[in-house]
Design a protein around this ligand. Sequence first.
Ligand code: GLC
Ligand code: CA
Length: 544
Amino acid sequence: MSKNNMPWYMNAVFYEVHIRAYCDSNNDGIGDILGLISKLDYIKNLGVDCIWILPIYPSPLKDDGYDIADYYNVHPDYGTLEDFKRLIQEAHNRGLRVIADLVLNHTSDQHHWFQTSRSEPNSKFRDYYVWSDTDDKYADARIIFLDTEVSNWTYDEKAGLFFWHRFYSSQPDLNYDNPAVVEEMQRVMKFWLEMGIDGFRADAVPYLIEREGTNCENLPETHQILKGFRTYLDENYEDKILLAEANQWPMDVLAYFGDGDEFHMGFHFPVMPRIYMALRKGDASPIHWIMSQTPDIPDNTQWCTFLRNHDELTLEMVTEEERQWMWAEYAPDPRMRLNLGIRRRLAPLLDNDPRKIMLANALLYSLPGAPIVYYGDEIGMGDNIWLYDRNGVRTPMQWNDRLNAGFSEAKPETLYAPVIDNEEFSYKVINVEAQEHDPHSLLNKMRHLIDVRKLHPIFALGAYEFLAKEHTKCLCILRTHSDEQVLCLFNLTNSVQQLSLDLAAFADRDIVSLIDGNSLGKIKLAETELELEPYEFQWLSLKC
Ligand code: GLC
Ligand code: CA
């Protein structure tokens, strides 16, 4: 693929926003769509291309909106459909795209489909969900919300039957063996696409279909249904994307790309914990290993990579031993642990050390894939592990050092969640306004990193190889696209590292830093010696 004909998502940087947490326009203590609109210039200035917004639909909010009660409206806390239309227009006016969650697997138990399903056995809605006389079917399916659920079946008094759910018991799974359900979801897609949305982050896609004797994940029938959604998209729209949330091994995610005819993008889950491992161990091996387990994907598809998101830092894709190690290192307080993961944000995880935070981001941006920035991480926001479930990483965005961090003018006790106000992470210290004017702030460093990454589509399109693999204290990645090369170097340790690289194949070329434009001299036939400061990274172009 060439730089000129690549689809937009290949070289995109995404920004994940929780509207509830971003900006409150009417001072009721809850962030809303108009609030987000008022911050679009900030998002544009960050240099990102596409905003991914978490669910905004009417919902009892038992799972912060992932429990949808009506697919065709906006939760009154957030605004109206008109506001949403305006959001899309205002974003598009600024050259920003917007994708939203498409929650396919389940609805809220408050959805009228479920209400009718449970109470009217003869209605067409009975078959919209997965009902059973017993709770022993599909016994090989794991429980995902381990800290709250004891079974994937819950007995419903009204129906006198058990219903199937992979997440909270307030989120009954839809029955994708029923073609009517597939049609319903296609209508939902159409509704939001007609509104101008640029695509969907499809939630929890591995679990659509259940079959006895399997773990009920990634089944061929599930892929058939997802391919159908893609066909529908391709036949009716242009330039829209489907992004798969499949928390699976890369070999299993491969199937979600199909032959380039299923998802445009898929999250790469397991590389994420290994970046944290590599940094804490001062050892590049976990990254070498996971990338050796990462297959090539079709040309028109792209991985989506991230350091943190709105959920716990998931440790599903590591061994038991690695999980215990990650918990010991990164979640020393038991309260920091949640399900099979860690409920903390990027900056606290990385000791609020700007060198580590920038290194982790640059490392992520140097690997194949389009990166996502989680709102607040660009300024190094802290978390509140004492809030319920995953709410501690969904606290109000910190805009300035005034009332409620500039998020809202409501009374502090009426905010949907308290702002972070503890010591080094207090909004009085960490906020957009303070960082805006400081050229060395995390925010401005992040902006620069994003700019540089986007200016060089080699990061999106290029092949990669690891160099100097035996020098495990550093990670060295060589990206190549046609006759262009970028060398990405990371010192994973707290001590100075000398690197000796064989770059004879590029003899006579200039080594130029993409970060500051400085030249490091010409490459010789002999080994090239480079020195990296503690936690330093370099992006070096090998110029012809
Ligand atoms: C996804 C979401 C998570 C949600 C779950 C159930 O994993 O990221 O926040 O709880 O799906 O919808
Ligand atoms: Ca509000």
